[in-house]
Structure formats: C-alpha cells, structure tokens
Design a protein around this ligand. Structure first.
Ligand code: SF4
Ligand code: SF4
Length: 158
C-alpha cells in the first residue's frame, strides 16, 4: 500500500514538473557551458610581455602527436636581433587539422614553452573537408580567448 502511494506521488510530481514547460534547451541559442578543466581543441598562447607567440616552432609537439594532425615551421625571430625577445626562433606557420585531433593533450604535455593549451573551444564543425584546418592566426585567437577566460599564466618564464 505504502509503495503504491509513493509511486502515485512520484507520478503526480513528475506530471506537474512537466507542466512547467519544456526542459530541452535550444541550440545554438543556449551554448554548452563547459567546466574549467574541459579539454577542447588545442590553441596557441600569446606572450603579452614581448607581444609575440610563446611558440618557437620547435616541432616537439608535432613529433609526439599520435594522429599527425599538426604542422609548423619556424623562422629567425626579428625581436631577438633587436634584443626585445629572448627567443632566437619563433613560429612562422602552424596548422592543426582539428578533424583529426583526438583531444589527447599530448602536445600540451610535451611543450617546454607553455605555448599550447587545451582550450574550451569545441564548436568548430563545418561542411567542407578542409574547413577544420586551423592556421596560426586562428590558433592564436582561440588560445588568446582561453587565456582571457581563465586568467591563464605560463608555468615557466622561458
Ligand atoms: S607548441 Fe610548443 S612544442 Fe609545439 S612547436 Fe610550439 S613551442 Fe614547440
Ligand atoms: S591534442 Fe593530441 S591529437 Fe590533438 S593536436 Fe594535440 S597531440 Fe595531436
């Protein structure tokens, strides 16, 4: 008897909860809110002290990426020549094919320069085969957004 009453109370409360309106949120009007430790697509960080990327284009992350979805080239850093930066080399081109990225975070773990972070970005779907290739400026943009959102600070000063 008691269990029957409990069941009826449960049914009635569910019924009235249903009358409050739909609980399904429309997308994209209501974007997904992620937790701080969420690992979205990788992005590159910006060194505000020197006004240049942290990335030197050293290729360590690229050699360790299990899906080989990254490419980069480096160049001589003109700011090293005029002594405004301690980086001899600086990234010239960088590209990640986000379609192939498995969000493993290995690139972040192996980078010695705090130059790459797992951002909160996860809404990069498109309809073209090459639409998910993100270049240096795009990667710096999502990395910079992550830096601002989270108050990110480099762990090392190099
Ligand atoms: S992100 Fe880090 S590991 Fe990758 S190329 Fe740049 S400096 Fe090197
Ligand atoms: S998160 Fe993993 S798969 Fe994606 S770019 Fe970094 S190392 Fe490659």
């Amino acid at each position: 008897m008691l269990s029957t009453v409990k069941g009826m109370i449960q049914t009635l409360s569910s019924t009235f909860r249903g009358l409050r309106g739909p609980v399904t949120k429309l997308y994209p009007e209501n974007p997904t809110v992620v937790q701080n430790r969420f690992m979205g697509f990788p992005g590159l960080t910006w060194d505000k002290n020197v006004d240049e990327p942290f990335c030197t284009g050293c290729m360590v992350c690229i050699r360790n990426c299990p899906t080989q979805c990254m490419t980069a080239t480096m160049k001589d850093n003109p700011k090293f020549a005029d002594e405004s930066s301690k980086r001899r080399k600086i990234v010239d081109e960088f590209e990640i094919n986000l379609n192939r990225c498995i969000l493993c975070g290995i690139c972040v773990n192996v980078c010695n320069f705090d130059a790459i972070v797992m951002t909160h970005e996860h809404e990069e779907s498109g309809i073209s085969r090459d639409g998910s290739r993100m270049n240096l400026s795009g990667l710096l943009e999502i990395g910079g957004r992550y830096q601002t959102q989270t108050g990110w600070q480099p762990s090392s000063k190099d």
